[in-house]
Design a protein around this ligand. Sequence first.
Ligand code: RAM
Length: 361
Amino acid sequence: MTIRLRAPRRLAAAAMASALALSLAACGGTTKDSDSGSGEAKAGGKASADPNAPLKKGLKLAFLPKQVNNPYETIVDNAGIAAAKEFGGEAKEVGPSDASASSQVSYINTLIQQRHDAILIAANDENAVCGPLKQAMSKNIKIVAYDSDTNPDCRDVFINQASSEEIGRSEVKLLSEQIGGEGEIAILSATANATNQNTWIKFMQDELKKPEYSKMKLVKVAYGDDDDQKSFQQTQGLLQAYPNLKGIISPTTVGIAAAARYISGSKYKGKVALTGLGTPDQMRKFVKDGTVKGFELWDPKNLGYLAAYAAAALSSGQITGAEGEKFKAGKLGERSIGANGEVILGPPTVFDAKNIDQYHF
Ligand code: RAM
């Protein structure tokens, strides 16, 4: 079972130990129907899944990323667009140039008017997009959240890049190894509303409660809004405000690249550790110049590819989004839907000076 801790009310509960969160999730009411296998689930009711239904040809998909000028989202969406060609469909990317909470709403409304078969969304806010997404679902447009989830009621499936818990806990572990388990640390996140970052941060905070991290102190969570300049300035601000800072976790590709750029040209290089989630292509020079020892990510291309196949499987009636259903995701093989309609891509990879040259994305 995957733990879901997103809505503010649920987030309030998220500070508790993960075991408790797990049991809450087990008896909570947000899990999609999985008992009958019929896929009778949400808004408007659903037809039964037919795992043998052929993928429909000519499906029209639209990717709606957090923002179009984010190199990470571009890799994901381009891979999804290529995947759609593979199964005889067509896909495009549209979206805002900033990742603010309501920036995606007008795009969803336009995509509904254009009658797409599926909308794939990396949500900037789990609730702000809900109304229009439900509207789309009522018109039989399938909704695939990827990267950053919506409220589960507002999409059919969520394609998660890796286990959210594993991402959050492993970030703390990575930084702890780099600073000898001791000292003040900060987090440089994306936007304050980002579902994915907020979920990861909750798990980081929970991980930090373990005795082995008792000498590490989280002094601040800063937000760079997935904007390069703002992330750069926030890094500078953190280092000035907390002169004893030993390390920063930036769980955003935009944030970690900007933070690395700032640190590499400052007196903090080699003194303040930086880890987080980054693309090897953006981070390579900072690993080579010694600013960053290690960071992690999954293959964003596979995330877009998997999301596109999930959209096609939904639109073709192979799956409805209920737990336990399975679909074939091209070269990624058979995938199954877990609790809360979540499909997990796979574990992240840690990149360091030894392996970074093997990765190009
Ligand atoms: C940024 C975005 C995205 C996140 C990656 C790791 O590009 O915030 O949502 O998944 O970082």
